[in-house]
Design a protein around this ligand. Structure first.
Ligand SMILES: O=P(O)(O)OC[C@H]1O[C@H](OP(=O)(O)OP(=O)(O)O)[C@H](O)[C@@H]1O
Ligand SMILES: Nc1ncnc2[nH]cnc12
Length: 260
């Protein structure tokens, strides 16, 4: 699915990485240097941002189902999300994410968070936004999805006083596991979790970098629910709304920072 035409940047690590989320190139097939020149200055949202990279800090449409937290520890609803959309940190986060067309397959617009990780302020703001939302909410487990959920999950877990549980690709965890198969935008995969890592009744947060079709997060939820945990919310840096992952999650709450 080709949603927007962007130029592919070179893979060479000697090149500075462009840090523009959803930045439209001057025209297709212009040289890479022209694309760089069109990028917004560091820390500034691209001029197209208000239209092309709408910032979204949404809680979910299923909040009414009560999945957003316990009655004593409610998570903010959509009203709070609208207020947070004005948070200036979101523009920097959005503009620090690089978009690469046709990776790993033709038609996929790949949202590359490695450029966000190079921007120390944007990376810190990303973690802070999640920590501000989840601290003091009685969450005892942060479950991070391999691979990119392993980047964002551990600092959040440490900051909110929860344990970190890795949800891994098959045959990576050495102990006894439970497994769930799931489908992806570009393939199929299996997710595994160590038996005994999460206890019945624990309150879990699921972290990943991105929701596309939602298949990955659904598999994570199934794993956690199989052992009797309560998934308080799923949280991602990026949502690709056109792939309707939010709908696939049904009543499970989803919190995201930016929309791709
Ligand atoms: O919403 P979905 O359609 O399920 O897709 C989202 C998943 O796809 C990406 O991971 P990927 O499977 O590419 O694995 P990787 O992080 O190990 O590269 C991304 O990091 C999410 O985990
Ligand atoms: N478009 C995309 N960018 C980055 N990761 C993805 N995972 C699934 N779709 C993706």
């Amino acid at each position: 699915m080709l949603r927007r035409l962007l130029l592919r940047s070179p893979n060479s690590i000697s090149q500075p990485l462009p840090t523009s989320h959803q930045l439209l190139p001057p025209s297709p097939k212009v040289p890479f240097s022209a694309w760089i020149a069109a990028a917004s200055p560091a820390g500034q949202p691209p001029s197209s941002c208000s239209h092309n990279c709408r910032l979204a800090l949404r809680s979910l449409r299923c909040a009414a189902a009560g999945g957003g937290g316990t009655e004593s520890q409610p998570l903010p609803n959509q009203g709070m999300a609208a207020q947070n959309e004005k948070d200036p940190r979101l523009a920097r986060i959005s503009s620090s994410i690089r978009v690469i067309p046709d990776f790993p397959k033709k038609g996929v617009l790949f949202q590359d968070i490695t450029t966000l990780l190079l921007d120390t302020e944007a990376f810190k703001d990303t973690i802070d936004l999640f920590v501000e939302r989840y601290k003091g909410k009685g969450i005892s487990v942060v479950a991070g999805i391999e691979a990119r959920g392993f980047i964002f999950g551990p600092p959040i877990a440490l900051a909110i006083g929860a344990k970190f549980v890795p949800l891994r690709k098959p045959n990576k965890l050495p102990g006894e596991v439970i497994s769930e198969e799931y489908s992806l935008e570009y393939g199929k995969d299996v997710m595994e979790m160590h038996v005994g890592a999460v206890q019945e009744g624990e309150r879990a947060l699921v972290i990943d970098d991105l929701i596309a079709t939602g298949g990955t997060l659904c598999a994570a939820i199934r794993l956690l629910e199989r052992v009797g945990a309560h998934v308080v919310e799923c949280a991602c840096v990026i949502e690709l709304p056109e792939l309707k992952g939010r709908e696939r999650l049904g009543d499970n709450p989803l919190f995201i920072l930016v929309s791709g």
